[in-house]
Design a protein around this ligand. Structure first.
Ligand code: HEM
Length: 254
């Protein structure tokens, strides 16, 4: 059930990320008349991709987040179809706008606020870490810092595959079930087993503790809030109508 949810979600995500036809305004039936085969075709391609490499789902979800925050080319989320590709891509903007795994709660809240997203969006969207993996270099500081809010058994387990030096790209899952869209990411935070410093920051005595607790026992509420926040995130400065372009090769500007 949980995994089929994530599959459907990912399909919707990719359907939009592959959208490349120009009209004004976003709508959920954008392709119904102009390209009725678009959605079934994309479903098939994504299913094949995930069959071959399960982590593809996590990669696509993360790509969506990064694209929305820095206005690169066009993936978006649910309902709103018809966005166009950007003609610019700035590494500096990306570096400045994307939150880092070392951030504390106030910095995360501030970062999301700059994009028009509130604390509830921050917690719900961070739940995207119910899927996928992170490299040792992104969580080393946390598992070796004894002043941190971290379960000691969990810290030693993670240290086994993430030495103090070297092994920078060794992977650990962001929650115990990295291929399932479930609420384990949040119950894990309540047990002080968040992998990234920025994950645990959401449950560290601050104002987001209560919501983390709610999501930790209520997948339905998390799923609903996650979808709503994904739509909100997908609506950050979209290009429509004659803005931007439709890329011939999605890796580069025409
Ligand atoms: C709140 C601020 C966030 C921070 C600081 C953050 C940071 C990170 C970091 C450091 C990684 C590991 C990257 C690596 O080691 O290569 C990661 C992975 C990931 N992030 Fe986030 N992230 C945040 C929010 C989000 C959001 C909003 C989403 C989507 C809704 C998301 C989805 C993912 C996914 C799915 C992965 C796993 C990718 C894979 O396995 O290939 N993250 N994130």
């Amino acid at each position: 059930m949980a995994s089929s949810y994530s599959l459907v979600f990912l399909h919707v995500l990719v359907i939009f990320s592959l959208a490349r036809i120009a009209f004004s305004d976003l709508s959920d039936d954008f392709y119904d008349d102009i390209c009725p085969q678009a959605l079934p075709t994309i479903n098939r391609v994504v299913e094949d991709a995930i069959r071959q490499e399960r982590r593809m789902g996590a990669s696509l979800l993360r790509l969506h987040f990064h694209d929305c925050f820095v206005n690169l080319h066009g993936p978006t989320w649910e309902v709103e179809l018809g966005r166009r590709d950007s003609t610019t891509a700035s590494r500096t903007t990306a570096d400045n706008d994307i939150p880092t795994p070392l951030m504390d709660l106030p910095a995360l809240i501030d970062n999301f606020k700059k994009q028009g997203l509130d604390e509830e969006d921050l917690v719900a969207l961070s739940g995207g870490h119910t899927l996928g993996f992170a490299q040792c270099s992104t969580f080393r500081n946390r598992i070796y810092d004894e002043t941190n809010n971290i379960d000691s058994t969990f810290a030693s387990q993670r240290q086994a595959n993430c030495p103090r030096s070297g092994g920078d790209s060794n992977l650990a899952s962001l929650d115990p079930t990295p291929a399932l869209f479930d609420s384990k990411y949040f119950s894990n935070l309540v047990s002080k087993k968040g992998l990234l410093h920025s994950d645990q920051a959401l449950f560290s005595g601050g104002e987001t503790d209560e919501l983390v607790k709610t999501y930790s026992t209520n997948l339905r509420t998390f799923s609903k809030d996650f979808s709503e926040s994904m739509i909100k995130m997908g609506n950050i400065k979209p290009l429509t109508g004659n803005e931007g372009q439709i890329r011939v090769d999605c890796r580069k500007v025409n």
